[in-house]
Design a protein around this ligand. Sequence first.
Ligand code: CTP
Ligand code: MG
Length: 220
Amino acid sequence: VIPAAGLGMRLAASSDRDPEPKALRLLEGRSLLARSAAVLAPLVEHVVVAAPGDRLDQVRRQLWDLAAPFVVVPGGRTRQASVGRALDAIDPSVELVLVHDAARPLVPRVLVERVIAALDDGSSAVVPGLAVADSLREETEVGSRPLDRSRVRAVQTPQGFRLEVLREAHRRADTFEATDDASLVELLGTVVTLVPGDPLAFKITRPLDLLLAETLLAGR
Ligand code: CTP
Ligand code: MG
């Protein structure tokens, strides 16, 4: 499942009132979505993309050479809603699902394989996590206090799940909003397995991230 229906407000210039949806923006001639999908496709049986509702045909055209069968469905107002709609398009006989942000186009294949391996080892929910480089502080009523950085991980995608677990989590979430899928399965009390993330799986969120991705691709 590739959520790709977001607008990318943090990436767009503040003067741009009607920006190109982030996942459809080009990086060295190829969209973020097409790049993300191309990494996942050889490792899965089907791809489901949640795309901006008014761009379904454009998205289908961008994926013409994908190495796996795919469907494109209209996304929702939030990432969670977009993933929920994509899950509805999956055949119930499917056992395992990966959810990967279109906005992480440089995700290395080995990271996807690591997540799949943990699912194959029996985990119901798998999340790549990276140590945080900065010191962390938590705001309090009077000021702030330090957080032990060695105890936390920054969460990436792809995240891997038994399909029934993720479906049930989305059903139960109701009004609860989460920025990733692992936070939802937590509601069911499911143990979430952490595997080492990869710096190259960074999310293109702000202009600096796009610049980094361009620089990395130019150096290849
Ligand atoms: N996404 C989605 N549907 C939404 C919102 C987000 O499918 N309604 C997708 C994005 O396309 C992206 C991924 O979820 O691939 C991660 O979200 P984020 O980086 O926050 O992207 P945007 O929501 O597009 O960006 P912003 O929050 O800056 O507007
Ligand atoms: Mg967003």
